[in-house]
Ligand binder design. Structure first.
Ligand SMILES: [Zn+2]
Length: 225
């Protein structure tokens, strides 16, 4: 039986008809009801490879390189990378800054609270409804997205930075795994069905898994049927 690995998604994930959200997409949940997104991401996969779960994990990882589209409230020059969680209760677009040390220090100066980065992992801790909604609105603001943005727009906003940083990742985008050069399918004269060279699928899998690990250290590669 041929083994496959989870590829890099090239677009949003659509739920299957038999699922909890038939025909809907994962992406709109991220910045509108992030609690549901984290529920899907946290869920222990019940199949060997749960594509939905892997998709959520990929988005979390890719969002670490997410490109924001609003400028620092302090220097006004670089895109926002951090926001300040004032008194651990208030989130505001006026309390955001770029990645420079100076701007970060200025934002924190004389204030009580915590600095949080603009990537999806930061949303996870906001569990109470009011603050979670404020945080989701802040992310939509930073990415210039709307509540009604399409799944494609959201996917692109979250992953474009990742794909720029990892141009090779496009090679792993979900598509049939190509046969290595020189591999030929032979025909057996007595048996008209083509026969595969020995170990061909496991060799292909090993190459792909190694390549994936090299590009995404720490990735869990699970076989799927
Ligand atoms: Zn700045």
């Amino acid at each position: 039986m041929e083994k496959k690995v989870f590829g890099v998604p090239s677009g949003p994930y659509q739920f299957q008809e038999s699922s909890r959200f038939p025909g809907g997409y994962v992406e709109p949940f991220i910045l509108n009801s992030s609690n549901i997104f984290f529920e899907l991401e946290d869920k222990r996969p019940h199949r060997e490879v749960d594509i939905l779960n892997e998709h959520c994990k990929f988005l979390l990882k890719a969002s670490r390189s997410m490109e924001t589209r609003k400028l620092c409230s302090i220097c006004g020059e670089a895109p926002v990378k951090f926001f300040f969680f004032l008194n651990y209760s208030i989130i505001s677009k006026n309390l955001t800054c770029c990645g420079s040390e100076y701007c970060r220090q200025q934002l924190v100066l004389g204030r009580v609270g915590g600095l949080r980065a603009f990537h999806l992992e930061s949303l996870r801790s906001f569990k109470k409804v009011k603050i979670r909604r404020d945080a989701e609105a802040l992310f939509r603001w930073a990415l210039k997205l709307k509540k009604s943005s399409s799944p494609e727009e959201i996917f692109k906003a979250l992953t474009s930075g990742y794909f720029k940083k990892n141009p090779l990742a496009t090679e792993l985008i979900e598509k049939p795994i190509k046969k290595p050069e020189g591999e030929k399918v032979e025909k057996n004269e007595k048996n008209p069905l083509p026969i595969r060279p020995r170990n061909c699928s496991s060799a292909r899998r090993r190459i792909t898994a190694e390549k994936q690990l090299e590009m995404f250290p720490g990735t869990k590669i699970r076989p799927r049927d």
